[in-house]
Design a binder for this molecule. Structure first.
Ligand SMILES: [Zn+2]
Length: 296
């Protein structure tokens, strides 16, 4: 399942093609994905210019002139790819190799790019857990986005804010960090990674790093820094994969990670000087990986 860094990588990959482009037409090749497409979906987008492409948690947002904000979610297996015409004067005459899974190409945005050429942005989703919806009154009013917490990117999430969010919470630290109302878009993999970087046990009660002591303050500061850096590093890794994507089939967003604890059960801990081995436990039905020696 794509996590926030993948979604941000998709946004950055689509940005140069979509921002400033005019939507010529939209093809929906079935009536629904996870949800039915909004009424008059294609008609309401056709002819309008895309002003900007944003992201909130794991949702992509397209701000479009004289149209509602378009919200896209990749679900479990959704991906976008871009096909640009080398010869813009011969529309309809393409000799692209068809990708194997063309049967799962569900939505095609035909775009007139700001620079003049035409391009197609294609949404492919074999499992169809992805969706596209309109936020008629802006993203902050949309029921799926209105309750979301702070973004784990940027500087808003510091030790002080994290301590405020976790104060008096008795749930395990990992569960609290996965609560989207507190921090938006942080997923299972990156929570394990961030807790390892911060040297904090995923099982300890969340409120213990929000006590009014200097030790707790240091822990919350360390964790906030770890969350931001683990996400920033993954976005950077996604950026490197993006530079290669034109050589591949144009699919955006899935890239090879190297994780420090995730999926490394039994392997030696990578903390310098630590003799521990990574353990796997199940919390709320999902795997947690951590080092029992250097995480407290
Ligand atoms: Zn360790």
């Amino acid at each position: 399942m794509p996590e926030l860094p993948e979604v941000e990588t998709v946004r950055r990959g689509l940005q140069p093609v979509m921002e400033g482009a005019r939507i010529l037409r939209v093809e929906t090749r079935r009536p629904d994905l996870r949800f039915p497409f909004p009424e008059h979906f294609a008609q309401r987008l056709a002819g309008h210019r895309i002003v900007s492409l944003g992201r909130r948690a794991k949702y992509l947002t397209a701000h479009i002139e004289d149209a509602p904000v378009l919200i896209c979610h990749l679900g479990m297996s959704g991906s976008f790819r871009v096909e640009a015409d080398d010869d813009a004067h011969a529309p309809g005459n393409f000799h692209h190799e068809r990708p194997k899974a063309a049967a799962h190409d569900h939505v095609v945005f035909h775009l007139q790019q700001a620079q003049g050429g035409e391009a197609r942005v294609i949404f492919n989703d074999p499992r169809r857990f992805g969706f596209m919806l309109f936020a008629e009154n802006g993203i902050d009013e949309h029921p799926m986005l209105s309750g979301l917490g702070v973004e784990p990117t940027g500087n808003a999430l510091d030790g002080k804010l994290l301590a405020e969010l976790l104060r008096d919470r008795k749930s395990p630290l990992k569960a609290a960090l996965l609560d989207q109302r507190l921090i938006a878009g942080l997923g299972n993999i990156y929570v394990s990674e961030a807790l390892w970087r911060a040297g904090l046990l995923p099982t300890r009660p969340a409120g213990t790093i929000a006590r009014r002591s200097s030790k707790a303050a240091q822990s919350s500061e360390r964790l906030a820094t770890a969350i931001r850096s683990v996400i920033a590093d993954a976005i950077e890794a996604g950026g490197s994969s993006l530079r290669d994507y034109v050589q591949a089939d144009g699919s955006l967003g899935y890239f090879q990670h190297s994780f420090s604890v995730y999926d490394r059960e039994g392997a030696p801990c990578r903390t310098p000087g630590c003799t521990g081995h990574i353990k796997r436990i199940v919390q709320s039905g999902r795997s947690t990986f951590y080092c029992p020696v250097c995480q407290h």
